[in-house]
Write a protein that binds this ligand. Sequence first.
Ligand SMILES: Nc1ncnc2c1ncn2[C@@H]1O[C@H](COP(=O)(O)OP(=O)(O)OP(=O)(O)O)[C@@H](O)[C@H]1O
Ligand SMILES: [Mg+2]
Length: 492
Amino acid sequence: MTKFQDLGLSQATLKAVLKMGFEEATPIQAETIPLSLENKDLIGQAQTGTGKTAAFGIPLVEKIDTSMDAIQGIIIAPTRELAIQVSEELYKIGAGKRVRVLPIYGGQDISRQIRSLKKAPHIIVGTPGRVLDHINRKTMRLDTVNTVILDEADEMLNMGFIEDIESILASTPTERQTLLFSATMPGPIQRMAEKFMKDPQIVRVKTKEMTVPSIEQYYLEVMEKNKFDVLTRLLDIQSPELAIVFGRTKRRVDELSEALTLRGYTAEGIHGDLSQAKRLSVLRKFKEGTIDVLVATDVAARGLDISGVTHVYNFDIPQDPESYVHRIGRTGRAGKTGVALTFITPREKSYLAVVEKTTKRKMEKMKAPTLDEALEGQQKAVVEKIVQTIESNNLHYYKAAAQELLEENDASTVIAAVLKMLTKEPDTTPVKLTEEQLPQKRERKPQDRDRRRRDDSRGSYNADRNRKKAPVKPRTGEKRTGGKSKPRSFNH
Ligand SMILES: Nc1ncnc2c1ncn2[C@@H]1O[C@H](COP(=O)(O)OP(=O)(O)OP(=O)(O)O)[C@@H](O)[C@H]1O
Ligand SMILES: [Mg+2]
């Protein structure tokens, strides 16, 4: 186990990291921080939720010369939400040194960004399109940059940002350090990436499987037309604290979130066609627990670190095995446990093996629950609530009425009535869902992905195309974990 104290960090950075509640470095942090401090180019691959952000964030902050009012590091991320999240983490890491970190993403008022850029940030965290926009407008100069980091590198290269990335790199000095991080790095993408790196070291945290062992993985064979009922039954039985349901396309996400709402769940969708303000408010509500179910496209959820996500439901099987890894990785983060369930229609059956071959982990078969089991699950949840209420022992106002009821009825009848009233009976309100099919598998070529993105055949997430002016402040302190409170360590 590597302690942060053993990594040769400055007191200011060390203090900031310890204040974040980190005690020991995770394996990817222990392996890449020393290399990165030596200015090596590297590709870092480690499972979801194992601290890749701090792995690149700590050495970057460490190398910033705060006496210089110039941009020294730039991090590119595929989505706005991720750019905000990464900039918040970098801000915390850099708090001791007073490093200035600025998120730059599409959908935010550009003149405000220009004003912020004039305040000489040291680190930029941005989405490709908007960063390029500033370079072209000459409102941001990257000729003082020493370090470029691509977070979720494979996704950005795969989804058609390659040209944007190349243009951004071209405006940085050639002697820069380039770092790529992701939980997945398919061979062709890696080879493409190596073209703009210098003799990169590939750091792969060696694990038996690509997914996190603490995530229980199940699959359910379900006919397309039964998927929704099965989903709601599972939600009733498993009563997840926070759940993410993944749908294949934006339309699917919209229809699913409407259908869930209609059946009485607090659900909202997130995808790239929503305004920036809406996307941030949906995420905030989910983090606060005002929404229990977040319905998302894969790209929308890449890299997002939301603590308390206990269940991930793949309503539609993901298109690539890599997407599967990232989707289920929204749970079981930082050593926590999680449950992932994937629906497979009869014609998708063979695809299961493809996913399992990539992840090197078998999914366990689960039987679709019946309506009765769902009812039982809901009843159990209510009984638990009643027991908790009894334990909280704050019932004196209700005692007289209870006595009165018991004088006229026997106890089990009264309790049964209470249970019936409190139990959310499985709802069979009809809902509308357009059928979705897994597109024919094709060879992965970046230009294909590019086309796919524009076609919107998958739930793409245009990080920068939606240029509506919706100024939003990056918020801090909304994560459920974090802050300086209790020490956090992974259960290795
Ligand atoms: N050394 C550490 N000790 C405890 N917690 C940590 C440590 N490093 C990071 N964390 C926390 O673990 C969580 C996951 O980290 P992070 O988001 O960086 O994961 P990731 O590897 O980038 O995952 P993904 O592949 O999904 O993007 C965050 O809440 C982060 O603050
Ligand atoms: Mg990450």
